[in-house]
Write a protein that binds this ligand. Structure first.
Ligand code: GLN
Length: 382
């Protein structure tokens, strides 16, 4: 006998998907995206870049590795909710401390299982990431008209500044990450670690860990830190983190701050939102993509070496390569759609990428970018 639905997902065009609720009860409005990664649902849900988004996992077995506190990319899940094919799979992993659904319930995140995620993914591809409302009610009572109206009334991510909200409130020193861990990727830098200020627009922990493991001494600073405050730390390099929302909405604080830093001869490295904001600071423009890139198998070509790297991706905005000013060179492109995936400033130690060299989850083909950042600080030091 069919089970009575206890959750429902309503798209702004009026399409309704019923299923079984898990995690917290209640209702959320968000942008709906799909992620094709086969592992790493916990890292994805705790990636602060997913604020105000609900993630549909195309991989059907979600829950099989349970929840492992060490795998959090931020203290709490940030994605507003998740959509999965089946009920959450029972955890079977020696590292797990408990099941996915208990954690989601404790942390106030809504889930729906039993959804035809192939059909839903096709709808996302056709419509572009839709605005949706997801509701979980154990009594199965849903006011569909009100839900559709709420989805239609939501303004969406364009123009929305979320980086400030998810950023740390105060500066702190990041301690985790072993220098030796990465020995296979290159020689340990000589001398003491490089002083790096990492601006936190919603930074994933594995980025901070990767910086440390490549030889950086990392001070994390809030998104609204001024150039003066950053320079007061006498950094040898500045890192611009990933983060949620529209990069153009950070035009009041992050973009002008980065422009001030660009007047110095300071190595700068940006990832994802950091990449987009650096491009804006250099005079380029960003655009909203149709359904974005979210997965752990996205091929990217390094334009300068011709090498292809398989990357982890999570973005819904992109740098418009047509708008890159003179002196800013496109270094990487997506082999899925040709969109921009990297830039560097000619003659300056300043570069950034759209994809995620820290993986978590995903392949580690792009780890060399951390080395590149450290090497540029090494050249500056000598
Ligand atoms: N992972 C990120 O940093 C995402 C950047 C930006 N919020 C986007 O969706 O494109």
């Amino acid at each position: 006998m069919a089970r009575q639905p206890t959750a429902c997902l309503v798209l702004a065009d009026g399409t309704v998907f019923y299923g079984q609720g898990f995690g917290a009860t209640g209702e959320v409005v968000a942008e709906l995206v799909f992620n094709t990664a086969m592992t790493g649902y916990q890292e994805i849900m705790t990636d602060p870049s997913y604020a105000s988004q609900i993630v549909t996992f195309t991989f059907p077995h979600i829950g099989n590795t349970g929840i492992t506190p060490e795998d959090d990319e931020a203290p709490d899940p940030v994605a507003s909710g998740i959509v999965i094919r089946w009920d959450p799979t029972e955890p079977s992993n020696w590292r797990a401390s408990g099941p996915l659904q208990d954690w989601m319930q404790r942390r106030g995140r809504v889930g729906i299982g039993g959804v035809d995620t192939r059909r839903l993914t096709r709808a996302i591809r056709q419509q572009g990431a839709p605005h949706v409302v997801l509701a979980h009610d154990p009594d199965g009572k849903f006011d569909l008209e009100a839900m559709i109206a709420r989805a239609r009334g939501w303004k969406g991510l364009v123009g929305l500044d979320l980086a400030r909200d998810v950023s740390c409130r105060q500066s702190y020193r990041w301690e985790e990450g072993r220098w030796e861990w990465n020995a296979g990727f290159g020689a340990k830098p000589e001398g003491k670690p490089f002083k790096v200020v990492a601006l936190d627009y919603g930074a994933k922990r594995n980025i901070l860990r990767s910086l440390v493991s490549h030889g950086a001494d990392v001070t994390v600073m809030p998104a609204t830190a001024t150039a003066e405050e950053v320079l007061a730390h006498e950094p040898e390099g500045v890192f611009l983190s990933n983060g949620p929302g529209d990069p153009a909405a950070t035009g009041e604080y992050a973009v002008p701050m980065i422009q001030e830093l660009l007047n110095r001869d300071l190595p700068i490295f940006g990832i994802c939102l950091g990449h987009q904001m650096l491009a804006l600071a250099l005079g380029a423009k960003t655009v909203k993509m149709s359904h974005g890139h979210h997965g752990a198998n996205h091929p990217v070509r390094d334009v300068e070496t011709g090498k292809v790297e398989i990357t982890s991706m999570n973005h819904g905005f992109a740098v418009d390569s047509q708008t890159l000013p003179q002196g800013v060179i496109e270094t990487h492109v997506s082999l899925f759609d040709g969109s921009n995936c990297g830039i560097r400033v000619d003659g300056k130690p300043v570069f950034s990428v759209q994809h995620h060299p820290e993986a978590s989850p995903g392949p580690q083909d792009s780890t060399y970018l951390f080395r590149r950042f450290v090497d540029s600080m090494g050249r500056q030091r000598s």
